[in-house]
Design a protein around this ligand. Structure first.
Ligand code: PMP
Length: 291
């Protein structure tokens, strides 16, 4: 076991040590990034929103025309075994399916006899520290240079990789992606803004990943009477927001307090983020810890 990967891992129907989990170098995930993935947070050994994650996995598989190699029940038994065997209470479970390894290199799909490659493992869940949450983090904006199906959670993440590295190079936590003057999302997160007490979010289109956390936040806003407007947000609105947050399964709700070197609002995490973070924790604790 490494500090990051629990053992056994799951590969193509078998649970085995990481060192024995070999994949062909002709695997299309390796050659083309031809595959899909999911990341499911686990609290107190209970996967959060597992059905929604498996539904998004199916939508992505449909989007790349790859048959789902496992039934929902089979996925769940893999996930529950990984969780049970891992040493941590809170985890993140990674799932990946590629279009498998043919005996040659050809962009077009391999014959039906080529089995997909299915890989999954559990890691410790690392959510932001209390210090990060109370201070907020820094972000930059970059041009969104991804393809036109950002709603699919595919392995081909090069544009996201370059965007996030640009952020890291500048000592920042996230890169916010701007396409044609509109805010889409972060390199690895969805983005919300707050203006005059209203929570604003970009709509789900083909140019944004439909985050599971994004849905939870909109549900919590509705439950608690928080005003919401889901619509396209301009780069100008982003720059003049009172609050900006990044959200994801592992970051939960993390305030961005510096954007391109300028303070967001008054430069401190805002009250709407603090309320939403508490609603999110209460929701998690209620659903996951008490059942
Ligand atoms: N957008 C992108 C590009 C992502 O990679 C992620 C997940 N890391 C998200 C949004 C957030 O999705 P979720 O809330 O399901 O983790």
């Amino acid at each position: 076991m490494t500090a990051y990967v629990a053992e056994p891992v799951y590969l193509n129907g078998q649970f085995k040590p990481l060192a024995e989990a070999g994949v062909s170098p002709l695997d299309r995930g390796f050659l083309y990034g031809d595959g899909v993935y999911e990341v499911i947070p686990v609290y107190s050994r209970r996967p959060f929103r597992i059905d929604e994650h498996l539904t998004r996995l199916q939508a992505t598989l449909d989007g790349i025309r790859l048959a789902n190699p496992l039934t929902v029940d089979a996925w769940k038994s893999v996930i529950f075994k990984l969780i049970a065997d891992a040493p941590w209470e809170d985890q993140s479970v990674y799932l990946q399916v590629t279009r498998g390894a043919d005996d040659k290199r050809d962009h077009a799909f391999p014959p039906a006899s080529v089995a997909p490659t299915v890989f999954a493992f559990a890691s410790p869940l690392v959510t932001p520290s209390a210090e990060q949450r109370t201070r907020g983090v820094s972000a930059i904006t970059v041009a969104d240079e991804r393809w036109a199906r950002c709603d699919l959670k595919v392995l081909s993440l090069l544009a996201n990789v370059l965007a996030r590295q640009a952020a890291v190079d500048q000592g920042c936590t996230e890169a916010l992606l701007i396409r044609d003057g509109y805010l889409k999302e972060g390199a690895a997160s969805n983005i919300f803004i707050v203006k005059d007490g209203v929570l604003l979010a970009p709509p789900k289109t083909r140019l944004m990943l439909p985050g599971i956390t994004y849905d939870v936040i909109l549900e919590l806003a509705a439950t608690h009477g928080q005003a919401v407007d889901v619509r396209e947000l301009t780069e100008m609105e982003l720059r003049h927001a009172d609050e900006v947050w990044m959200t994801s399964s592992t970051k939960e709700i993390l305030p961005i307090t510096t954007l391109d070197g300028q303070p967001v609002g008054n430069g401190q995490p805002g009250p709407v983020a603090a309320r939403m973070w508490q609603w999110y924790q209460d929701f998690k604790n209620h659903i996951m810890r008490q059942g």
